[in-house]
Design a protein around this ligand. Sequence first.
Ligand SMILES: Nc1ncnc2c1ncn2[C@@H]1O[C@H](COP(=O)(O)OP(=O)(O)O)[C@@H](O)[C@H]1O
Ligand SMILES: [Mg+2]
Length: 159
Amino acid sequence: MKIQFLSSSLATTLEVGKKLGSYSEPGDVICLGGELGSGKTTLAQAIAEGAGVDQRQYVNSPTFAVLHEYGGRIPIYHMDFYRLGSSEDVLALGLDEYLCGDGLALIEWFERAEDVLPESVLVVHLSFVNTNSRAISLHSSDYRWQKIIGELKTTLNLS
Ligand SMILES: Nc1ncnc2c1ncn2[C@@H]1O[C@H](COP(=O)(O)OP(=O)(O)O)[C@@H](O)[C@H]1O
Ligand SMILES: [Mg+2]
């Protein structure tokens, strides 16, 4: 199952993120792809908000870290693999422990270490269209995510 739509405003992306976060369960992994400035961090933050993270926690976070942990309805592990070379780095840092554990893992630049990721991930890809618009695609081979994608499509009236 794969859907693709145009988010023509920051507000739309935030709404999608909050919905995804509200559906998330412990052990979920959401991979965020797309070039610099496409909206990965923005979307991750909205997903965390949907999962019950108080946004003040985000405002107080230092920027450059491989892992930020937030307490929401479930623990949120926001990771950024940008500075990592490969999956060996992920394993050396013990980041694989946060995948399929007690919380929701959100991973920017997941392409660096695709081979350590479980198959049941939700992949979200963002691409820059213009200042306020992003093309967003969602896909997963996991049945539960496929149902969620279907529901999201209906609720948000996406085409
Ligand atoms: N429709 C949109 N969806 C997501 N972000 C948007 C949108 N329109 C504008 N933006 C802006 O684009 C920027 C994306 O930055 P960021 O989330 O840090 O990207 P990345 O983490 O992919 O490098 C933010 O400043 C955000 O406000
Ligand atoms: Mg980012």
